[in-house]
Design a protein. Sequence first.
Length: 199
Amino acid sequence: MRKLVTVLLCLSVAYSLTAQESTKQREVGLVFSNLDNFGLTYKIGTNKSMWRFNTILLSGGKNTYKIEGSDKDQTEKNFGFGIKVGKEFRKKLKQKIELRFGADLLFNYSNTEKIEETKKFYESGVNLVFGLNYLISDNLVIGAEILPYMTYKKSEIDIEKQYYIGNYDTITERQKDDISEFNYGLSSSSVLLSLTYRF
């Protein structure tokens, strides 16, 4: 009985010390890539380890313009998004500076539609995370990270072409291409800036 009480007491002390070392926290904010792509970030965990959820808007819009030599308007729609889910670990370097490292799983999708052409892109992969946080205050944090990546991308391109053969008759040809590619590296778009509120 005495041994059981001693073991339980030791476990309680160890748990208490661990709880004091790691404090629970959450972060929500904005992320920027290339200063023109932006999105939202949400993190949950402790001051030493956090789950990361990032959504980055890649593109979106609708353009209408005149086709040369025609009375018709050409409309182009495009939409895209990216989602990343991962884990990061943190280490305090100085009073206001934190080191961050970890990894994300990622998925990107984009779609462009014209009258005669449709392009769809699917991308999945993984990126590593190496970054720093600077604490402006107890609640406001600026972060920067580099994200070396490795991805697999699939493209689906559907093009419809019309040829005039005289007497106002046309021939329509349709071309479909599926393209796969494997990419890895580090580029300017692999740098992510963040502004988050910690609570």
